[in-house]
Ligand binder design. Structure first.
Ligand code: ADP
Length: 636
């Protein structure tokens, strides 16, 4: 090689800025350089294979398609070799020395308009590709020979990324490109086999072509250590999502699931989706049988992995699935997305929204199928993950009905441990029932015996019994299902029949003076009235329609969120047909000043608190009153 054929050229000045920005903004993700170089090598292989369809002579020479990594500790270099399309002198100048490429040009136009604070973000909008090599290398040498051209046509490009590059003609025996990075002193980790293996696994595991490296093995041969060198393939190459469904076995699906999820069990359902039509993308998603470790112990990241043409871009792309589907694991590969390095910016790409819509619909449909055709498998899934799914009722209004269809509920008319769906509930509603009723609380047993349900039992109406803490927050957001409003059973009693209504109204007049007398002694009560809902019990407490339910208030207390919050005042409802209430009215009629009137009024209030599972403000007063009555009774 004579010096004479060496040509010194300058990068376009703008490119220098690009390089500086790349180095600056990607400082904490330097290892992406390898992903970028492997991705270029892979494209180069795809290109020569494609072009050879029309020009078979391009395939002359090596057809053992692969990308080889050669770390050289002595020289401090890492070389990436491919046998792809290669570049001749002209294309190397075009591709690696100017800003002719549209991405870079657009980038610089944006850059000129942006102020300093936006600059680091802007960089993410464009693929950085080859130039990211300068994050880890002081100098880069590219040797390349274009497919179909002679050995003597090869070129060597060298640059320190500072503003200039040199070009010289060289001989290269094989087609393709070799990129040698002279690693910076503190980037020597990229010479270690384990680090390279790790970066390849993390970012390029599913690249279609093998990524190989020579690895030294020591074997004992006749008692002596013998060193052998073996070429090892670093990537698993199994891009299952790109294959057609008929080419993938269940075992392969399961093995891939275990690799990406760290779950020991098989998945509950595999969703292999091939997006056709306006957006081209593939998705391989999994619904797990139950909560993974990540979800049990907090810190769970939502969203599947995102690939662009088999190149991994993000571990968890939150923009692809909403948080309420965070139990779904998998991969989405969309070749139409720009190869970005700024995850933040990529997450705002409108294409992702469109893909998300399709994925949400697909996942919800898959769950619906599971529920209908594999109910026994769906139940344990729902018991474990239903609470996560329910979050969607508050967050995803577009799919509220689909989510509602997936919910399972315990109910008054179904034995403990068995479930009903909203559709079944509505189907079973008698003709005089127009609304869906639910009651929230901590335990089914307490709910079943709640005085609030007496009128429902009498009418033969079912009531959903909700015991998960989240129900309290999300079920009210459902508001209605199939045109039927959802109502809390402790705030809404069934409408009375006209003759019953008349009876209550008549009795109300008689009770009014008693209630006025009791009210000042019951400070925590907003109002005392006759009940339309009680059939057996003497008393119960109800909340105003808009007020916080007692269950929610108890939950807030547990969470310590009640500071500065006034407990909401409740309404004490009394049952005029109950002998105690009727007797109290009598006693009051005989002697309005009898101290027992107040005492028994408070006892009724305490009973109502106990019946709904709330705490008594003064348990000792309650015990004293009950004991006084017991003492009288046991005396005979
Ligand atoms: P991008 O890959 O986004 O186009 P890069 O800066 O990574 O941007 O690469 C610029 C161009 O250089 C590529 O489009 C390709 O034409 C060429 N190139 C890079 N690496 C190789 C390679 N290993 N073999 C052949 N051509 C390459």
């Amino acid at each position: 090689m004579s010096q004479a054929n060496t040509e010194r050229m300058e990068f376009k000045s703008e490119l220098r800025q690009v390089l500086q920005l790349i180095t600056h903004s990607l400082y904490s993700h330097k290892e992406v350089f390898l992903r970028e170089l492997i991705s270029n090598a892979c494209d180069a292989i795809d290109k020569v294979r494609f072009n050879s369809l029309a020009n078979a002579h391009l395939l002359e020479g090596d057809q053992d398609w692969k990308i080889k990594l050669i770390p050289d500790k002595d020289a401090g270099t890492l070389t990436i070799v491919d046998n792809g399309i290669g570049m001749n002198r002209e294309s190397i100048i075009d591709n690696l020395g100017t800003i002719a490429r549209s991405g870079t040009k657009a980038f610089l136009e944006n850059l000129k308009q942006a102020d300093a604070t936006q600059k680091p973000d802007l960089i993410g909008q464009f693929g950085v590709g080859f130039y990211s090599a300068f994050m880890v290398a002081d100098s880069v040498t590219v040797m390349s020979r274009a497919a179909g051209e002679p050995a003597s046509s090869a070129v060597r490009w060298i640059s320190d990324g500072q503003g200039e590059f040199t070009l010289e003609s060289v001989d290269k025996a094989t087609r393709g490109t070799e990129i040698t990075l002279h690693l910076k002193e503190d980037e020597r980790e990229f010479l270690d086999a384990w680090r390279l293996r790790q970066v390849v696994k993390q970012f390029s595991d599913f690249v279609e072509h093998p990524i190989v490296m020579d690895v030294e093995h020591t074997e004992k041969v006749e008692g002596e250590d013998k060193k052998t060198i073996q070429e090892e393939t670093l990537n698993s190459r199994k891009a299952l999502w790109l294959r057609s469904k008929s080419d993938v076995t269940q075992d392969e699906y399961n093995a891939f699931y275990k690799q990406i999820s760290n779950d020991f069990e098989e998945p509950l359902k595999v969703i292999h989706y091939s997006g056709e039509g306006t957006i081209e993308f593939k998705a391989l998603l999994y619904i797990p049988k139950r909560k993974g470790f990540d979800m049990q112990f907090g810190d769970v990241k939502a969203g599947p992995r995102l690939y662009i043409n088999r190149v991994q871009i993000m571990d968890h792309c939150e923009a692809l699935l909403p948080a309420y589907l965070r139990f779904v694991k998998g991969v989405v590969d969309c070749p139409d997305l720009p190869l970005n390095v700024s995850r933040e910016i990529l997450q705002h790409n409108p294409l992702l929204d469109k893909i998300q819509k399709i994925l949400v619909k697909t996942v919800l449909k898959a769950l619906e199928e599971l529920k209908t055709s594999s109910y026994d498998a769906y139940v344990p899934f729902f018991e474990d993950l239903g609470d996560v799914l329910k979050e969607g009722l508050s967050r995803d209004w577009d799919h509220k009905e689909q989510i509602a269809n997936l919910l399972l509920f315990e109910s008054l008319k179904h034995e403990a441990g068995t479930f009903t769906t909203l559709a079944q509930y509505v189907e079973g509603m008698p003709s005089d029932q127009t609304e869906i009723f639910y009651l929230t609380g901590e335990h089914r047993a307490a709910l079943e015996h709640s005085p609030a349900l007496e009128a429902f039992k009498e009418r033969g109406w079912d009531v959903l019994l909700l015991t998960a803490p989240i129900d309290e927050f999300v079920i009210p957001d459902l508001r209605e299902y199939k045109g039927k409003a959802l109502k809390a059973a402790d705030r809404n009693a069934p409408e009375l029949k006209p003759e019953e209504q008349k009876k209550v109204e008549e009795a109300a007049g008689k009770f009014k003076p008693l209630f006025e007398a009791l009210q000042p002694g019951l400070k925590a009560v907003k109002e005392i009235r006759l009940s339309k809902r009680l059939k057996e019990s003497a008393a119960c407490l109800v909340a105003d329609e808009g007020a916080m339910s007692p269950n929610l208030e108890r939950l807030m207390q547990k969470l310590g969120r009640t500071e500065g919050m006034e407990p909401s005042k409740r309404i004490l409802e009394l049952n005029p047909d109950h002998p105690v209430v009727a007797g109290l009215l009598d006693l009051f009629g005989r002697n309005a000043g009898d101290p027992r009137v107040q005492e028994y009024g408070e006892l009724l209030y305490d009973q109502a608190l106990l019946a709904e599972g709330s705490r008594l403000a003064d348990p000792s007063a309650f015990i004293r009153r009950v004991n006084a009555l017991l003492a009288k009774d046991v005396k005979g």
